[in-house]
Design a protein around this ligand. Structure first.
Ligand code: ATP
Ligand code: MG
Length: 600
């Protein structure tokens, strides 16, 4: 694949002296040279008496012990505008009561507690209370239909489910016969339900508990979280994380999100996904800061209103959301007073250069892209507050994270020589991103799939399945997922590069690019394009887009075909499902659709 010519690589320079706060990573090189995970672990408390490490203690109890109990932990805004504030002391007490409820129901350490509810304060209480008991928490996205719910509850052998009355009646009740392990259902919004069929109103159970629960000794290696992947490339996998992960949640929150004690932090990801848990709950709480939780769904006006009214200082969101804000127009942002905002980051999908530059011009600061996966449990590659940004690059590996690029064989697997993978030696060469195994939030298993887990490692490296390249300054550039890469006329092409070029054109709001089989070229590139509001589709525009792509990418890499679409298929976490575009185009089996976002 052609590397972008150096003149095309833009750079957003950072001037650390003008930042609103002193950056946590003022000097990237120095931080890399001096950082150790042992020191990061020492920055946390550990359970009193040397009784191990428990996420809930680090996230809430220790702040109360340190006299910060009155600080606001969660500022919640309901769907219809209602608001509620939960202090660290409240959260510590309520989560202790939740642990007591679980204990009285006979839940044992290691048992699995699932939640399927919207972003309501009880969800946060349940997560932390589950950790306090030593049970394993698994969040489910509340918009899942019955089948994805059944699949995950069953795979994870859920013993307890925290949900709402409506979700229970509509989706779960009819599944109970198929879920023999599910003993108890706790309804967050019911006043009085007496435990028939193991269905309870949570509030009276909490009220009957004491708030002085003592967290039992917790082995840092004991499982804490089960997270299903987004299902972008196939059937979702269940990744298991342990309490030790909190070391990475805390350290990466400081380094990649630049969290400071007085921050008001808004992570827009739903806790049903790993981002919404690692950074929507755990990381900010370990920093003792205020997190903003919006129960409502995406709406450009609402979101700008949240940023302004809540005086958000650090905002962590996703490329799809940014592209939707861009579609809604810069005027909406300019009407608002966003002067509290000082840092924006994004994750989940490649962030095209245009989006970074748009934010710089419209919001007064660039977006800091970062990269990680459900499996890595925390941010692994990032752009930092003090470091120049090269729009389109996902940044440089976190201090403490060793990343490399491995050669791939014809099947797309890491090429092994004498059982060891081979690192790409040529500068700027493409290959599979791999991380030196052993960082604290690395997943410890794929649920029920030990062989699949083992196959993710070779020669001490964790193989991510994503293709990247690295420039001479050590910035990583995302090329594509191994499964999405297109082979055409001898070139290997990542869809992201083609999509990014299409997104440079003002008529294009979103683009998904796939390869379709061709007897001569191997594959031909086809792009599905969603146009910006008010732009009509026409053959002239199609020709113009092809010409633009050819100019920017060259004839062999530009799409041969462009189709205008009303919408592109996304996962519920906002990623373009290129495998579905391909299946639809080629009339293939559409595979697992459990995470597909329904089109409104
Ligand atoms: P599945 O593994 O089920 O197919 P998924 O990989 O989308 O789903 P996640 O773990 O939620 O599930 O997403 C991680 C993936 O998202 C990464 O492997 C990468 O492909 C993509 N990704 C995340 N952040 C970025 C980023 N900043 N730039 C490019 N891609 C990213
Ligand atoms: Mg994945």
């Amino acid at each position: 694949m052609p590397a972008p010519s150096p003149s095309r690589v833009r750079r957003i320079r950072k001037d650390p002296s003008s930042a609103a706060v002193a950056a946590n990573v003022p000097d990237y090189g120095r931080a890399r040279a001096t950082f150790t995970w042992a020191a990061a672990r020492a920055a946390l408390d550990g359970l009193p008496g040397g009784n191990g490490l428990n996420i809930a203690h680090e996230a809430v109890d220790r702040h109360v012990a340190a006299g910060r109990g009155e600080h606001c932990a969660i500022r919640w805004r309901g769907r219809k505008g209602a608001g509620r504030e939960v202090s660290y002391a409240d959260l510590a007490a309520e989560s202790s009561r939740f642990a007591g409820v679980l204990a009285d129901l006979g839940v044992q350490p290691g048992d699995r507690v699932f939640a399927c509810c919207g972003r309501v304060p009880e969800l946060y209480v349940a997560v932390l209370g589950t950790f306090k008991l030593g049970a394993v928490f698994c969040p489910l996205f509340s918009a899942f239909g019955p089948e994805p719910l059944r699949q995950r509850l069953s795979l994870g052998a859920a013993k307890v489910l925290v949900t709402t009355s409506a979700l229970y009646t509509r989706k779960i009740a009819k599944l109970r016969d198929e879920l023999p392990d599910l003993e108890h259902v706790l309804l967050v919004d019911a006043e009085a339900v007496d435990g028939d069929d193991g269905v309870w109103a949570l509030a009276p159970l909490l009220a009957a508990q004491r708030a002085d629960w003592r967290i039992p000794p917790t082995d840092p290696e004991s499982p804490a979280l089960l997270h299903f992947t987004s299902g972008t490339t196939g059937t979702p996998k269940g990744a298991v994380h342990v309490h030790e992960a909190v070391v990475a949640h805390h350290a990466t929150g400081a380094m990649a999100l630049d969290l400071h004690p007085d921050d008001v932090f808004w992570c827009t990801a739903d806790p049903g996904w790993v981002t919404g848990t690692s950074y929507g709950i755990i990381s900010p709480l370990t920093h003792g800061i205020t997190l903003v939780v919006d129960e409502g769904e995406f709406d450009a006006r609402r979101w700008y209103g949240m940023l302004e009214d809540e005086r958000v200082t650090v905002w962590y969101t996703a490329p799809t959301a940014v592209r939707m804000l861009m579609r809604a127009g810069a005027e909406l942002a300019r009407e608002r007073d966003l002067d509290a905002l000082r840092f924006i980051a994004s994750v989940g999908e490649p962030l095209n250069a245009e989006a970074v530059i748009w934010a710089d011009e419209t919001l007064g600061m660039p977006i800091h892209d970062n990269w990680w996966q459900t499996e890595t449990g925390g941010i692994m590659v990032a752009n930092y507050l003090s470091m120049d940004i090269k729009p389109g690059s996902m940044g440089r590996p976190l201090p403490g994270v060793e990343a490399t690029i491995l050669e791939r064989d014809a099947e797309g697997h890491a090429r092994l020589v004498d059982g060891r993978p081979v690192e790409v030696s040529e500068p700027g060469g493409e290959g599979e991103l791999a991380l030196r195994a052993g960082w604290p939030s690395m997943f410890r298993a794929y649920l029920n799939e030990p062989e699949r887990y083992r196959s993710c490692f070779a020669g001490g490296w964790y193989l991510t399945g994503d293709l990247v390249r690295c420039d001479t300054e050590g910035y990583f550039w995302f090329v594509g997922r191994g499964d999405d890469v297109i082979k055409t006329s001898g070139h290997l092409i990542g869809p992201f590069e083609v999509e990014s070029v299409l997104l440079e054109h003002p008529a294009v709001a979103e683009a998904g690019v796939i390869g379709i089989p061709d007897p001569v070229a191997g594959e031909l590139i086809k792009a599905f394009v969603l146009l910006a509001p008010g732009i009509p589709a026409s053959d002239a525009l199609r020709r113009e887009l092809v010409a633009h792509a050819r100019r920017r990418l060259g004839a062999s890499v530009a799409p041969r075909e462009i189709a205008f679409s009303e919408s592109l298929p996304h996962t519920r976490s906002g990623k373009i499902m290129r495998r579905l575009l391909r299946a639809q185009e080629l009339g293939l089996d559409r595979g697992d659709l459990s995470t597909l976002e329904p089109v409104a």
